[in-house]
Write a protein that binds this ligand. Sequence first.
Ligand code: GLA
Length: 723
Amino acid sequence: MAIHFNEQTKIFHITTEKTSYAFCIAEHGVLEHLYYGKRIAGDDLKYIGNRQIYAFHAHESRDSRKFSAASVGLEVSVFNSGDFRTPSLVYDYEGNLDCNRLRYRSHQIYKGRKPIEGLPYSRENAETETLEVVLSDDENKVELTLFYVVYPSEDVIARSQVIKNTGDGVMTVQKAASMSLDFYGMEFDTITLEGMYLYERAQISRAPLKRGVFQNNSLTGISSHNRNPFIALCAHNTDEDIGEAYGFNLLYSSNFSEEVSVSNLGDTRLIMGLDHTGFCWTLRAGESLASPEAVMTYSDQGLGGMSRNFHDHIRRNIIEREYAFIPRPIVINSWEASYFSVTEELMLSLAKQALDCGADTVVLDDGWFRASTKTGLGDWRTDKQRFPAGLKGLSEKIHGMGLKFGIWIEPEMVNADSALYRTHPDWVLSTSKQPLISRCQYILDLTREEVVNYIADRITEELQGVQLEYIKWDFNRYATEAGSFVTPQGEVYHRQMLGTYKLLSILKTRFPVLFETCSGGGGRFDLGMLYYSPQIWTSDNTDPYARVYIQYGTSLAYPTSCISCHFTKGECTSGRKSSYEFRYRVAEFGSYGYELDLSEFSAEEKAVFKGYSEEYRKDEDLNLNGDLYRLISPESDKFCAYMKVSKDKNKAKLTFLELNATGLYETIVLRLRGLDPNTAYKNEATGEILHGSTLMNAGIRIGDLFGKKRSDGYAVTFTAVEK
Ligand code: GLA
């Protein structure tokens, strides 16, 4: 069992293969956090709790000042309950705060897990176990259930909570985080993934934690291009390979908040969950509110170890099992090939040329129902002039050529100039007479069930009979003035997200195909979306030099197989030229495809592209199942290097990219990672056979590029020859 409860010490000890998480039932039934980190024996931890006496702290007991909620580690912290640190829960009961001291009542430990209704969550596997702890106030008006779901092999613990009104009055919740985690001490760096549109997650922001509160959040109605729900806390000396790293993420795709606060005592607290700005949720008698799920991991193998734990967890337990480990489509996408001027003729010509390049799925992006951003969203009527055979006819022709077919949709939106908006101006996410507009569109009010059903039915009708294998689901603006004609203001953002997940579930059931999600590039790259779509369009920036930063940053939290990357002209966002080889090397980092007008290329060039498709397929198992070892961060602005290694360590591929070709040609020695030290490997480029221990300690010299141009970047495969 991964979860133990010691009746004598009242300690809960949750273990994974390499980690321990412990808390206990302390004085007055308070849940006291004791430890999270490297695996330990765990039953002897009570001594660690802070029982020092501090002026100004308050106590339940009139006889002893030893126990105060303000100084001990807590599993949950309610505002106004004697703890002065950042709270994880803020609520009132009929305007009063008299029921905020939550005490242990009961717990259960069981195999498996319960779903979180309406929200994405880590899927159960054969090892999964759950600890459920119920707390309530003295008058039993408020009940809080904490869930700890354990994934032992991945060293991941998933946390969530449900708050319930068990009295007969009205309760208002102003903050309901998914988890709270306390650490004694503050010797951490925080790491977050900052960015913007066309530069998502490209700025790995690392800084020593200071006293005060550090916040990572989104207020855009999606997880956003600007910040990502992933956050890490690591030791100051942690690097890629060595040192302690804690990683956290949320299965949620809308406004989120992560607060890392350092108390006056120099202790650290992480609170993460729904962003509480403007949040106000009413619970009537018997009603409850479930939080999104937070996942956390720990590794003493540096940031690389942390990432690999998350990569495994995401592939094994978050992405749908049906898609997680199977080869992905090699798409040819029409967007950067012809933007809004797509026609049936152009698509058929693209399809023909896609065959020459080894692509297997033709994706009709935006433009099949409109000629510009101004109209069409919400109405979803195929432009019959440009697609005379309709989508059905086109899909049949494409299938007739031996290819698969995919389509782009943006279901959550409506254009201002659309029949839907004219008929239902109250169906958008704003109550203003003239809502703020972005990309000529508004967001549909998916807090309303009739809107979810309407748009699901409209899209279903339009796609009826189309032979589909792939759907690209986009979202191209931020929420502003997010209000609703029917839903209370404080509930709008979260109910909108629940409506979106509902819409995704409905359309996924009706169209059981591979979904790729997208949001103006990578504006909604999060675990919530990965629950529904095994891959996400990473960025509209397809300049390979910029992509190196974007993809590298993304890999801190997400496995390469879900990072969608296309071979494109490469210059559309930057005007910068790049070689085919370099573009391919960068694009094969994730799930591969093409997005350019293939008619501009000669037969010889297409043969080169076909070679790329074949190489991608040959090594795709490393993306789907392998381990990623980052060797050189592009933050150096000089080089980037990484390795993908199969789980059995029999195959590894090293990629080395030069970002700033100066002609200086420094030769560097690169120490490889992740190999078996006791196995000999063949360098498939040179035929040389070297031991894993040699490659990982003495390294290989990057300088002689096996006859290749250095600025093209290169990759070399190592294959185990003897154990
Ligand atoms: C977004 C996407 C692009 C493309 C366009 C279509 O920007 O990121 O890939 O689908 O929308 O309008």
